[in-house]
Structure formats: C-alpha cells, structure tokens
Design a protein around this ligand. Structure first.
Ligand code: PLP
Length: 471
C-alpha cells in the first residue's frame, strides 16, 4: 500500500518510544497507539500508515510495527483490510473511546450492556449523609492536616475488620493503603515494583486491558497466561518467566471463572518458591448469588500477595475509593509513592466511608443490592436461554457481568454492528485477549439496567442475530 493512502497526519501518530526501558518496542508502540485510539485522537475508520513508512519514521524495524499492528488487530482496535492496509476499527467494535469521538459516531445506544456500571441510582444517600454529618461534626482539626500516605487510620481499621471478616484476608491496619480506586492503586504498585527491579507482569488471558498499558508505561513487560475454568493456568505461569502476576481469582474478568483451591495453592506456591508477587484484584467478590465467595488468596500468604479492593462496584465508581493490603516490605515505598502522587485521598471521604463501614451500613447496602443484581442476572440469563439459546452464558452466578461465546457462524464485529443499528450496545471480547486473538464472544454488563430493558435488549439482539443469519 502506498503511504499516501493514510488519512492520518504525522502528529496524530506521535508515540514516544523509550529505548532505555526493558519493555519491548512493539509493546510500547502498541500501548501508544491504543491510548491514542481510546482518547479519540485516532478517529474510527482512520487509515493507519503503512508499516514500512511508520517504521522508517520511528526508526524501527518493520517487524516491530507489524507485530504491534497484529496485536492491535487481535484486540479489535485496528482492522486489516483487503488491499493490505490497516484501519482504526469502527467505534461499534466495542472499544472504549472517550466522549469526544463517541459523540462523533452518533447517538449512544438506547439500551447499553456496557460493563463497569453498577446501579448508582441505589447509592445509599441517606446513610451516607448521616456519616458525613457525623464526620463533619466530630472530626478534630488535627485530622485535616496532610495525611499519612497510607490514608486515615479510621478507614484502614474499619476496612481491615470488614475484609478479615468477609473475605478471609489477613489485614492489619498498618499494612493497608487507601487509594483512588484500583486505577491509582495498581498504577502506583506497578511503578514501585518496576523501580524495585521487577521486570515482567503476567496477566490472565483474556483479562481487562487497561492495566497492561499501565504496566508498559511503568516499564514492565506483560505476558498473557491462559485462564481455564479453574482459574489461571499455574503451569503456564511457571513457564512465563514473570515475577509478578495479576489475578481476578474470586471471579475472573471477563470469563467469570473461579480459581479452584488447587489454583490458589499453586499461585501461593509459585510466589513463595520464586520470591515473587501475586496481585489479587478482588473487584466484585461482594456479589455472589448462589454460593459463598471463595476466600481471598491474601489470607493464605500475606507477605506474597497484594490484595486490591474497590468501592466502584459496591457503591459507585465516582467515589474513587480503593484499598490495598500490602506485604510489609511494600508499605513504606507505596506510602511514599502515594504522597508523591497526590498527598493522599480526600480525608472527609475516607472518614465518611470508615463510619459507614463501622456502623454496618456497608453490609446493609450489600444485603439490599445482592437480590436486586441477582434478579437482573437471572432475567438476562433466562432471556438469553429463551431467545438466543446458542449464546450460552459461562462462569458462576456472580458480579455484574455475564460472558458468552459466539457460535462459529457469527463474528463480534458483525453482531455488535447489527446490534448498534437497533440502538443496542453489546461488546465483544477482542480487547481482552493478550497474546493472540482467541475465540469470539460477548460480555454483557447488566448492573445499571432494569429488568424490562434487559428483556428488550435481548429481544433486539435475537432480532439482530436473526437478520445476520438470513443475510
Ligand atoms: C477487573 C476490574 N478491576 C477493578 C476495577 C475497578 O477499578 P477502579 O477501582 O479504579 O474503579 C474494575 C472496574 O471496572 C474492573 O473491571
């Protein structure tokens, strides 16, 4: 393909490559392009420069650019077209782009199965207000000074008690750190680990894609390790050469698998044998509908596991409240990193949440939300079974999302596009594959939908699949 075919200005592809990092250049290039697509700086449908031309511009070998393009095609960010050129995928392929470019592609879907939205209309405002009032009335002036990098003692104590009781962790207030959600906690942690000499992060394949970019920016290589029905494949982790692994053991995102006792023991054995680290992202363990959640791995090996929790699924993502339980050796560097990053999370929010947890309001809120989410999930699974029985839900009855594989005659791109034409947002698995594109599937978030909207959404999906199959 000639270079003139591209409709991108050179400025749109400015990707900073750092040759002093151990992160391979193709991963840095991937991460840079992925970011620019997400930020809407590379428009849906834009034609990418030819690999040879881009390689020359960036002073890279062509193979590096080819590898980066191939990975981004596998993830669904780019599509390769007949005629040998590569385009930014249409936004409908399910890639998260920021508002600017999403708006340019037209109306948002009327019914949207996008994941990561709990039902914030159920935020316990009255109970939260009682805690705010109490905190404002009772907090002494001295608590309004700059904070310990770990956060307020009150919240660390309340959360340590709660997690030890409910999640089987072995938390001590002095080993806890309050952060602005998993996003900040994981970013600071990966930066601290990279500075301490860690080199390679293993992630579940498939898994949430954002953290991979964060790891690359921190200077860590990432490697995908397959997920089985019993959780991460520990034998493959052994072979991966990783010195830190990130797992969603209690409810794998996106497959919904639960790590078996054998997998959890295997992860602990791997970490202790090689003196390496497990990061346990326990993002939605509070929502189990037909069984008790498995206990946190952190409780088995507190000095080999970083436990990460968040209020984003249980209360609201906008709160930006998250917490880490750290092995002793990471407390001081993480606390310093948090102070350098933002001088600590807002003190009244922390104290309000501490009071809310300590007074049992958090437990009460979860007891109220569990049956609501369970009803939504049952409605979704029931309607899928009725209307599109070849989309079989996998994973345990838990959390705020359901995954299904797609039958071989359907592709994610075709299904998501046909759904969007009907005002329906459904999302493919492509962005979550790490090493190479895997089987096609869909992830349905249902947390902020109503039962009638779910029923109507699945009916629209059945209609979309019917018309695709008739074509
Ligand atoms: C796998 C996973 N972990 C953690 C989180 C929570 O992130 P945060 O606490 O930054 O909102 C999410 C949110 O969608 C998630 O999908």
């Amino acid at each position: 393909m000639s270079r003139s075919r591209t409709n991108l200005g050179t400025g749109e592809l400015l990707v900073e490559l750092r040759r002093d990092l151990s992160v391979p250049l193709h991963q840095q290039l991937e991460s840079g392009i992925r970011d620019r697509i997400r930020q809407g700086l590379l428009r849906a449908g834009a034609v990418m420069p030819a690999t040879r031309a881009l390689a020359t511009d960036l002073g890279l070998s062509r193979g590096v650019v080819v590898e980066a393009y191939q990975q981004l095609v596998a993830e669904g960010y780019l599509v390769s077209r007949t005629g040998g050129y590569t385009q930014v995928a249409p936004a409908a392929a399910g890639i998260q782009v920021e508002q600017k470019s999403a708006a340019a592609t037209g109306e948002p879907p009327r019914i949207d199965f996008k994941y990561s939205k709990p039902d914030v209309s159920q935020f316990p405002r009255a109970a939260w207000l009682r805690s705010i009032r109490k905190v404002l009335n009772e907090t002494p002036n001295r608590s309004l000074a700059y904070l310990d990098g770990r956060g307020t003692a009150e919240l660390r104590e309340a959360l340590a008690d709660y997690l030890n009781r409910v999640r089987g962790t072995s938390a001590r207030p002095e080993n806890m750190l309050i952060c602005n959600g998993f996003a900040q906690g994981s970013r600071l942690l990966l930066q601290v680990l990279a500075a301490a000499g860690y080199r390679r992060l293993a992630v579940e394949d498939p898994s949430d894609n954002e953290v991979r970019d964060v790891a690359t920016k921190a200077g860590l290589e990432t490697v995908g390790v397959p997920v089985l029905e019993t959780g991460l494949e520990v034998e493959a982790l052994e072979r991966s050469g990783a010195d830190v692994v990130l797992v969603t053991a209690a409810h794998q995102f996106p497959t919904g698998a639960v790590a078996s006792a054998r997998t959890r023991a295997g992860l602990v054995a791997w970490a202790t044998k090689h003196d390496v680290l497990v990061i346990e992202d326990d993002y939605d363990a509070e929502y189990r509908y037909d069984r008790e959640p498995i206990g946190a791995i952190q409780g088995l090996a507190p000095e080999s596991v970083v436990y990460a929790g968040t209020a984003s699924k249980t209360l609201a993502p906008g709160l930006r409240l998250g917490w880490l339980i750290l092995p002793s050796r990471l407390v001081e560097p993480m606390s310093t990193a948090k102070v350098l990053d933002d001088r600590g999370s807002p003190v009244f929010d922390q104290l309000t949440f501490a009071d809310f947890v300590a007074r049992g309001e958090f437990d009460r809120h979860l007891r109220r939300m569990r049956p609501r989410y369970r009803r939504l999930r049952d409605t979704l699974v029931g309607r899928l079974t009725e209307r599109v029985p070849d989309l079989v839900p996998i994973g345990v009855s838990a959390g705020l999302h359901v995954m299904t594989w797609l039958p071989p005659d359907l592709t994610e791109a075709a299904v998501t596009n046909a759904a969007l034409e009907r005002g329906l947002g459904v999302y493919g698995l492509a962005p979550y594959w790490v090493e190479k594109a895997g089987p096609e599937g869909l992830v349905f978030g249902y947390g902020n939908l109503t039962e009638p909207a779910i029923v109507e959404g699945i009916d629209l999906l059945a209609d979309a699949l019917g018309s695709l199959r008739r074509q």
